[in-house]
Design a binder for this molecule. Sequence first.
Ligand code: B12
Ligand code: SF4
Length: 535
Amino acid sequence: MKIRLIEPKAPGLNVFDRARLPRLGLPLLGRLLIEHGHDVRIYVETLAPVDWDDIAEADLVGFSSTTATTPRAYDMAGKVRDLGIPTVIGGSHVTFLPGEATQHCDFVARGEGQVTLLELVDALEETSGGDARWRKIKGLSYRDEAGHVIHNPDRPPSTQEEFEALPPPALGLIVGHERMTNVPIMTQWGCPYACDFCSVIHMFGRRVRARAIEDVLTELETYRDRGAVFFYDDNFVVNKARTRALLRGMIERGLTPDWSAQMRAEAVYKDKRGRELDHELLGLMRDSGCRMVYCGFESVNPATLAAYNKHQDVQDIRDSIRAFHQYGIRVHGMFALGADTDDKETFQRTADFALENGIDTVQFLMLTPCPGTPFYERMVEQGRLLTEDLSLYDGHHCVTQPALMSPYELQMGIYRAMASFYSVRHTLRLILSNVTRNLPFLLGLLWRERKLRLQLPRVALLSLLPSRRPDVLDILRGALSRESWKRLRGMFVVPVLRVYGRNHIRQWARQARERAYVEHLRRLVGRRRQAVGAS
Ligand code: B12
Ligand code: SF4
């Protein structure tokens, strides 16, 4: 069968735009389909546009979506269905709202899709049997011939053995895969925690299933010299003995690309209660190439951390930043603002905390109700969803009625906190402190690196022209020895990321869609005031 799979792009700008990365669901499903003899191609819109001539010749088209990308997936599915081609959709949104998805796609795969999709493809190849063909497929939702929505029983998550038997995702099936900014590798699924707003545990469960270390090392070997690795695990450090074994394996085999991963603050502790640092793990992280950790700090408001069921306190956040930095690992702090316990002071307090504690980069995201989570259920029950436009559920728009402020105040509070963290003043201060700390090295550079001395006038000139700044980096890289370039890059990478962050915030605020939504929220306040005045 000719099967085409599509991951639609995000509707607007988001903090991760710079990262051109696919989710691994489609490449995994693609590998399994290929192993079963099918012809598969994957389109990830952030990497390459969809070739509609190719789609028009498919026998089945599958979509993978998150909440914010679901409207685009539905639009595309409509187009495909008009061509008379069957469609199937899966992912973290439609799993929890399959009824909605059956209005747009013929089939919905709830939860993990690896077996469901293979069974569906087999059933589609049977030419007779009508609806009975789908009835036996667990985890599938669809409309029967009479138009009734049918939800087959759930498919249980894969067992550890089934999970270990899965092949690595076939990234090569993605059109434009060579444009990926990092090599994505997932070593385990699920997370033992139960944060109130997180859909991962409802999708992949709280029982973590981990791949065999040997398999992960083999996959790393496949991508040797292909650039930095991003481990996709929701929580990279769950079982410390396993993490240590993986990192040791990487070091022993010389598989030490620059890598980054998501983890909790407490990863730095040997013993959380005694707050003793795990120097062994931190040392292994550094020696195996860890350059940046993405930490779900979520909040510096203790009441909010408790409301999120985060099992973490503010001291853990402070300790982890200090510990990672001690080992030369940069920290990207991920925060979710707008809980019922957050007030108008929370925003600046969070930005100040991030700056005072030297977090390298941050994302202050809107607490967003993702279907499947307790937070979403509460917002629906309490009638607090402000819009049905799912494309706005991307962590950048206020889509719920907050408790202690207006939606407009929440929207602007987050915007201002981001602007404060990424301000020119703070970036310049960072550059100055880096330059001061490294002055002997910088002066020594001019002395040691002859090529650099020759290129300096050109570098100075091009630095004045914003459009030519990428050339400056190339010139510097070419003019410096490997060691010097590495150290110089280490000094300036965070300021460069901060400049990117600042530009991004400004760009976001200039988009017509964003401006219109913020204006809508502002008017909402006015309308509420009028309504209160009239009553
Ligand atoms: C890597 C990752 C990213 C990367 C890449 C993003 C991308 N291309 O979308 C980066 C860092 C850029 C990112 C950014 C964001 N992310 Co993200 N991300 C992830 C993460 C950690 C792993 C994704 C992954 O590969 N999973 C593993 C694969 C195997 O799972 P899968 O793709 O879901 O596929 C399985 C099933 O879903 C199903 N399936 C999926 N598709 C299909 C299709 C068919 C046809 C079938 C049959 C089955 C099927 O079968 C697959 C195999 O079992 C997930 C969490 C998670 N564990 O999934 C969050 C997650 C997807 N992200 C999430 C969010 C919210 C975001 C952001 C909006 C946050 C933000 N504002 O910055 C942005 C949005 C970016 C965007 N482009 O839209 C949420 C989405 C929740 C939701 N309901 O929308 C998740 C689930 C995390 C969470 N906390 O809940 N993210
Ligand atoms: S937010 Fe992080 S720690 Fe909490 S349940 Fe989700 S993946 Fe686990």
